[in-house]
Design a protein around this ligand. Structure first.
Ligand code: C2O
Ligand code: CU
Ligand code: CU
Length: 549
């Protein structure tokens, strides 16, 4: 008998006995039916209908750019609306400055912005800048709810390497629902001025704020025309009924929601038509719980150039890329004359006891790319060799004429205070989130080594606010090169320990009294309390959290 299912039943299930008994019944039944029969049975109960795909597909939407005005001002409004995922069937969705998802916010390193944030929904929300290093009062965590109808203004000055980041709500215990309905957007941080990073205080460790951005040569050699050859891809899954209702978590899955429909920039069955031979794809897993194994259907490698917090020192070839919720990667792909297909298949989940139950055996088409001038392109192509896809890719990469180094990364510091975080069920170190408890008091510019251990046989991941960290080792081995750059979220494979090097930046205008969060970014787990709080540079008695809540 499985003890795992019982040990991990989240507290909130206690109030839904019907679901529990159905789950118990199905688990018992699965001994006879076999696992293969389990998934269709559940689907039928939930009434989920995958959005049908067609030969021609539907055009990939490119989120509009939101660029601050000359005073650095920009406005985001969380609002409600309707979206047709199923043609002709409206679904109720939420979005920023629109009905679903949000514009791509484009900011520059070293400039100061004033954000005007409005909540036009009927629930409390927050605006969190995932991956951005900002003072805690501007971080948009659960201590900063914006009530329905309210507007808040905050200022922020990004200072860290150029990167592909994102923004999303972070209200206490209800992040899943708001992200699921569509509150999420990309945030591209550029460094057009070739900002010179500040110097490290005497005798202290460098934080990401003291690290350089991509080299200017790399930034200009890489595809960088937004929506033309530099393509944002927000990858999410969706559970939809045939009358357009959006469903939430599958309570039979340890990872929460696993939808049968994949949305790319909010669109099912997405197709991008391009006249470019080389594209830069900025990949964001914006899903609640699904982990993707991204790869090209042709078998050609992906050229990975960036991780969560910026560019890698040099391009890395990878056959596939596993992205857990909230992780990002930037890749370069060559588009052959007959197009390409980005798929998800066989994510590297590590030693998971039930891969099928956590979506590990599901396959999806994420994006089809078509060239709109195939005849002309074919002229310049050598044919016949079986290594066509690979040759395409090499010649495309060579044509970019990239510098040898994309970015300079300081060596991670394997020293300083050690902290351990064990992940089990919905708990970190045996406790759940308490808004009034500070779990760690950190000091800026002091290196720390965090030991992350997933004690379960199912997936978790780990995200730290106000941080870009580096992986020192995973199960005692050095990280794969595509994971060796700046990270703010990392997949924690079952039954393995990893060590990460963390250095917090200092923010002039932060008194350390408000905490930041670290948490599992599987949103079911996060909402169930798999989260802790830390302060940076708090006065000894100021670090009490928000006793007034
Ligand atoms: Cu993506 Cu605590 O956040
Ligand atoms: Cu975050
Ligand atoms: Cu988790």
């Amino acid at each position: 008998m499985s003890t795992r299912g019982h040990a991990l039943v989240p507290a909130r299930l206690g109030s839904v006995p019907a679901v529990l008994s159905r789950r118990g019944l199905l688990r018992g039944g699965s001994a006879f039916l076999g696992l293969a029969a389990l998934a269709p049975a559940l689907t039928a109960c939930a009434g989920e209908t995958p959005v049908p795909t067609t030969e021609e597909g539907r055009p990939l939407p490119i989120p509009p750019l939101l660029e601050p005005d000359e005073h650095g001002r920009f406005a985001l409004t969380a609002s409600t609306g309707t979206t047709e995922f199923l043609p002709g069937v409206p679904s109720e969705t939420w979005g920023y400055n629109g009905a679903h998802l949000g514009p791509t916010l484009r900011l520059a390193r070293g400039r100061t912005y004033e954000a005007q944030l409005t909540n036009d929904t009927d629930e409390e929300t927050t605006f969190h800048w995932h991956g951005l290093l900002v003072p805690a009062h501007a971080d948009g965590g659960p201590h900063h709810p914006i009530a329905p109808g309210e507007t808040q203004t905050l200022t922020l000055t990004p200072d860290q390497p150029s990167a592909t980041l994102w923004y999303h709500p972070h209200p206490h215990e209800s992040t899943s629902d708001q992200v699921r309905r569509g509150l999420a957007g990309m945030l591209l941080l550029d460094d057009p001025d070739g900002h010179t990073p500040g110097s490290v205080p005497q005798g202290m460790a460098a934080s990401p704020a003291e690290a350089p951005s991509a080299s200017p040569e790399a930034a200009s050699a890489l595809p960088h025309e937004y929506g033309v050859d530099d393509i944002p891809l927000i990858i999410q899954d969706l559970r939809l009924t045939d009358d357009g209702e959006l469903l939430g978590h599958n309570f039979t899955s340890e990872v929460g929601m696993l939808g049968e429909t994949v949305l790319t920039n909010g669109m099912p069955d997405a197709v991008l038509t391009t006249d470019r031979e080389v594209l830069r794809l900025r990949l964001l897993n914006g899903s609640l719980g699904r982990i993707y194994g991204l790869r090209l259907d042709s078998g050609a490698p992906l050229t990975v150039i960036g991780s969560d917090g910026g560019l890698l020192p040099e391009p890395v070839e990878a056959d596939s890329l596993t992205l857990s919720p909230a992780e990002r990667a930037e890749v370069i792909v060559a588009v052959p004359a007959d197009g390409l297909t980005l798929v998800s298949r066989d994510p590297d989940l590590g030693n998971v006891s039930d891969p099928e139950g956590v979506g590990g055996e599901d396959e999806f088409t994420i994006l089809r790319v078509r060239r709109d001038s195939p005849a002309e392109a074919e002229a310049g192509e050598e044919d016949g060799s079986g290594a066509g896809a690979s040759a395409d890719f090499r010649s495309a990469l060579a044509a970019l004429d990239l510098p040898d180094r994309l970015a300079e990364l300081p060596d991670p510091v394997d020293a300083g205070q050690q902290r351990s975080f064990s992940l089990r069920g919905r708990q970190i170190n045996g406790t759940t989130m308490d808004m009034d408890r500070i779990d760690a008091a950190m000091s800026s510019h002091e290196p720390e080594v965090w030991l992350l251990t997933n004690l379960d046989s199912s997936p978790h991941n780990f995200h730290i606010h106000n941080a870009q960290f580096r992986i020192l080792d995973v199960g005692g081995r050095p990280p794969a090169p595509e994971l060796a750059g700046w990270k703010d979220t990392v997949y924690t494979p079952p039954q393995e320990a990893m060590r990460i090097a963390v250095v917090m930046p200092h923010h002039e205008d932060d008194d350390g009294s408000i905490p930041y969060m670290y948490h599992c970014h599987l949103l079911l787990h996060e909402d169930d309390g798999m989260m802790g709080q830390f302060t940076v540079d708090a006065e000894p008695d100021a670090a009490t959290g928000h006793g007034d809540h």
